[in-house]
Design a protein around this ligand. Structure first.
Ligand code: BGC
Length: 315
């Protein structure tokens, strides 16, 4: 038997076919184009799944179920996404729609960051630990909490929304309607917006030329500029890492998990991200004098965490 795992992101829909051993045998992606009606997005999701099955020489009868990792409040009991700030989902019957468009019988849904946290706890950076917290830094900032081996998401599946904890009172506008959410500062979108703001403030930076050459501002722009000795790039990176560290320390002070996992493309910056981050975390956390401190780890499943976590939802 095989399982389909789908990671529905604000930018891309990624899907994969996973075998009984949890191995990803084939994966692919298509752009989400989140401004469209939800049904259109799910029709594309269904075609992506169909294509992957064809390419692998499989049919739906080889598949036990599909699992979808989605942003927002994913009600497991009804298969409905109650609300998602980064997609046009409001009480959207996601599981029922994929069943209809793909013609599959069983579909499970879970919040994307919860699924990623579950994947990392089962076979990634938090493997072997009972308590872990994970954040995913992408279009949004997702949070997943594992307590005693189980995902904790509150009585209504709306918990662990770590990105919507206010880190700056009356700060930047967040897509959820609040101001100053951690997500507005520390998601990949937050980093891009910080970079754009800096470009608007000064001409004295090589980032203008880099953006011209790349055709866009990306999450890498400021880090690449910093590595070339650019002062404005360095300032953006410092500010980004400062807010990220403050949020992580807040979470450590609440949960004191054995492992805190960070996922998302920004982790490709490796030590340029983690060295300065750890300096602040070590200085600020309440447990700084304790010999037992939370280990900060980079996600091991990388961009596949959501797919693999989703494929495990029915187990
Ligand atoms: C949403 C979360 C989601 C995260 C990552 C946030 O904006 O509120 O539900 O997990 O983005 O996609």
């Amino acid at each position: 038997m095989y399982y389909i795992g789908i990671d529905l992101g604000g930018t891309n829909i990624a899907a994969g076919i996973v075998d009984e051993e949890g191995k990803l045998v084939r994966k692919g992606s298509v752009p989400t184009r989140a401004e469209r009606e939800a049904d259109e997005v799910i029709k594309d999701m269904a075609s992506l799944c169909r294509n992957l099955l064809d390419e692998e020489g499989l049919t739906l009868s080889d598949v036990a179920y599909a699992g979808i990792a989605t942003p927002g409040i994913a009600d497991h009991d009804t298969g409905v996404v109650v609300y998602a700030n980064n997609l046009r989902f409001s009480n959207y019957p996601l599981a029922a729609k994929l069943k209809e468009f793909l013609g599959i019988e069983k579909v499970y849904i879970e919040n994307d960051a919860n699924a990623a946290a579950k994947g990392e706890a089962a076979c990634g950076a938090a493997k072997g630990y009972k308590n872990s917290v994970m954040i995913t830094l992408g279009t949004g900032l997702g949070g997943g909490i594992i307590i005693n081996g189980e995902v904790y998401s509150g009585f209504n599946y709306a918990g662990a929304e770590l990105g919507h904890v206010v880190i700056e009172v009356d700060g930047l506008q967040c897509t959820c309607g609040r101001r100053g959410c951690w997500e507005a500062y520390s998601s990949a979108t937050g980093l891009i917006n910080m970079t754009k703001a800096k470009l608007g403030e000064t001409n004295d930076t090589i980032m203008h030329d880099m953006v011209k050459a790349d055709g866009k501002v990306s999450g890498r722009t400021a880090f690449d500029a910093m590595r070339k000795g650019d002062k404005a790039g360095q300032e953006v990176v410092d500010k980004y890492i400062y807010y990220l560290a403050m949020g992580i320390v807040n979470m450590i002070n609440i949960f004191q998990p054995e492992v805190f996992v960070i996922g998302g493309g920004i982790c490709n910056e490796k030590n340029y991200l983690t060295d300065p981050l750890m300096k602040i975390i070590d200085k600020e956390q309440y447990s700084r004098d304790s010999s037992k401190r939370t280990q900060i780890r980079i996600a091991e499943l990388g961009n596949d965490a959501g797919i693999i976590g989703a494929a495990m939802l029915g187990k």
